[in-house]
Design a protein around this ligand. Structure first.
Ligand SMILES: Cc1ncc(COP(=O)(O)O)c(C=O)c1O
Length: 395
C-alpha cells in the first residue's frame, strides 16, 4: 500500500519552524512564524483566558459530548461579534469548528455539495493554506488581483476590474481584515464598492476572518463583513479565535452563514453539520467554552478587550517604529508602507536570494517572498538590527 506514495509538497511555513528551531545563533530573529509574540518573544496565555480556565475547572462536571454544533453560547456570541447588528439574525447561523481552518473547510465542503461547478477565487497573493483547503473540497481555485507589488498597497483598480468579470458562477474569498500575507488593507469605501458589485453581479462572498481586533478595532475590522451582510442575500464567514484569544492549539473557530431566508439558512446549517459529522464529528470543547464564558460575562469581556488592545497596540507601535528606523537607515521613504499595513504581517516582496541572505548573513527569518511577522521583533535593538539587515540585502 504505502510504497506507492510520493512525499507531499512541504508546507513552507511548517518547514521554516524547524529551520529556525535548529539555528543555534542566540541573536536570531524569528519573523517567520505566524503567532503573536510579546516583547519577551513569548506567546503567553491571556490572563483572562487563565481566569476563565479556573472558572471552567470549578464548574465543569462532565466531559460527555457537547454535540456536532459545539457550544451554542459560543456560536451566538461569535455571530454577534462578527456581524454586530448588520445581519438579519433570523437568517444567520453558526457552528463551532476546530479553528478557522476547520471553519474554512466545512464551509467549503458544504458549498461544494450545492455548487460543485462554481470556481473559487482567492486574492493574489493569499495565505498558503487557502489553495489546499478549497481544492481539498473539490473546487477549482484561481486568483484575482489584489496587491500592487511595487507599492505594496492594494491595487484597487485592478482588483475591481478583476472582480467585475465574476458573477453567479463564482465564489470569492475575501480576507475580512489584516490581509495575510500582505498586510495591505482595503478602505471602507473600497468595501462599499465591492459589496455593491457582489450584489449587482451575484458572485458569492466567502469571508475569512482570522484577525478580528488585530487591525484597528473589533468594530472596524468587521466593517467588510457587516457591509456585505447588508447588501447580499447570502454569504459565509469562517472565523478563528486562534489569534485574538491566543487559543491557537485549542482549535477554536466558527463557521457562519447568512441564508436567503430562515428556512434556507436552517437547511444550509444542517448540511454544514452533516459535513462536520462525517469528518471530525464534534469540535473540541475547551477553547470554545472559554470564549463563550469571556464574551458572555461583561467583566471578563472588558478584560479581554483590554488585552486584545494591548496586543494590537504593540503591533501598531512596532509598525511605526520599524518604518521610521527603515526611513533613517535607508534614507528613503521606500518602506513607509509598513506603517500603513494592518495585522501581524507585511509582505516586503523580496526575492529568494534576499530572503536567504537575511537568514544566513543576519539570522533574520521571514517566509519566502518576504512575509514578516511584525510581532517577531522584541525591542529597539532588534528593530534597528532588522532595519540594517533589510537595507543591506535590498541595496
Ligand atoms: C488568513 C488565515 N485564515 C485562517 C487561519 C486559520 O487559523 P486557525 O485554523 O489556526 O484558527 C489563519 C491562521 O494563520 C490565517 O492566517
Amino acid at each position: 500500500m504505502f510504497e506507492k506514495f510520493e512525499p507531499p509538497p512541504e508546507d513552507p511555513i511548517i518547514q521554516l519552524i524547524g529551520i529556525i528551531r535548529n539555528d543555534p545563533r542566540p541573536e536570531k530573529i524569528d519573523m517567520g512564524v505566524g503567532v503573536f509574540m510579546n516583547d519577551h518573544g513569548q506567546t503567553p496565555v491571556l490572563s483572562v483566558v487563565r481566569k476563565a480556565e479556573e472558572l471552567l475547572h470549578a464548574q465543569q462536571t462532565t466531559k460527555a459530548y457537547v454535540g456536532v454544533a459545539g457550544n451554542e453560547t459560543f456560536n451566538s456570541e461569535i455571530i454577534r461579534l462578527a456581524f454586530g447588528d448588520s445581519a438579519d439574525m433570523q437568517r444567520t447561523r453558526g457552528i463551532q469548528t476546530p479553528g478557522g481552518c476547520g471553519a474554512l473547510r466545512m464551509l467549503s465542503d458544504m458549498l461544494y455539495r450545492v455548487a460543485p461547478d462554481r470556481k473559487v477565487w482567492v486574492t493574489d497573493p493569499t495565505w498558503g493554506n487557502h489553495y489546499p483547503i478549497f481544492r481539498g473540497s473539490g473546487f477549482e481555485v484561481d486568483s484575482y488581483p489584489y496587491l500592487d507589488w511595487n507599492t505594496r498597497t492594494v491595487d484597487i483598480d485592478r482588483m475591481m476590474s478583476g472582480l467585475s468579470t465574476l458573477g453567479q458562477g463564482d465564489i470569492v474569498v475575501f480576507h475580512a481584515c489584516c490581509h495575510n500575507p500582505s498586510g495591505a488593507e482595503l478602505s471602507p469605501d473600497d468595501w462599499d464598492e465591492i459589496a455593491r458589485l457582489a450584489s449587482q453581479n451575484g458572485f458569492f462572498p466567502f469571508f475569512d476572518m482570522a484577525y478580528q481586533g488585530f487591525g484597528d478595532s473589533l468594530q472596524s475590522d468587521a466593517y467588510s463583513i457587516r457591509k456585505m451582510a447588508r447588501e447580499v442575500e447570502a454569504m459565509v464567514v469562517a472565523s478563528s479565535c486562534s489569534k485574538n484569544f491566543g487559543l491557537y492549539r485549542e482549535r477554536t473557530g466558527c463557521a457562519m452563514l447568512v441564508g436567503e431566508s430562515a428556512a434556507t439558512a436552517d437547511v444550509a446549517r444542517a448540511q454544514l453539520l452533516n459535513t462536520a459529522r462525517s469528518s471530525y464529528s464534534m469540535p473540541p470543547d475547551h477553547g470554545a467554552a472559554l470564549v463563550a464564558m469571556i464574551l458572555a460575562d461583561p467583566q471578563l469581556r472588558h478584560e479581554w478587550e483590554e488585552e486584545l488592545r494591548t496586543m494590537r497596540e504593540r503591533i501598531l507601535g512596532l509598525r511605526s517604529r520599524m518604518s521610521l528606523a527603515l526611513r533613517e537607515t535607508s534614507g528613503t521613504p521606500d518602506w513607509d508602507f509598513i506603517a500603513d499595513h494592518r495585522g501581524m504581517f507585511s509582505l516586503l516582496v523580496l526575492d529568494k536570494q534576499q530572503v536567504e541572505r537575511l537568514r544566513t548573513d543576519h539570522a533574520v527569518y521571514c517566509v519566502a517572498g518576504g512575509r514578516i511577522n511584525i510581532a517577531g521583533l522584541k525591542n529597539a535593538d532588534e528593530i534597528q538590527r532588522f532595519a540594517d539587515a533589510l537595507v543591506a540585502v535590498t541595496r
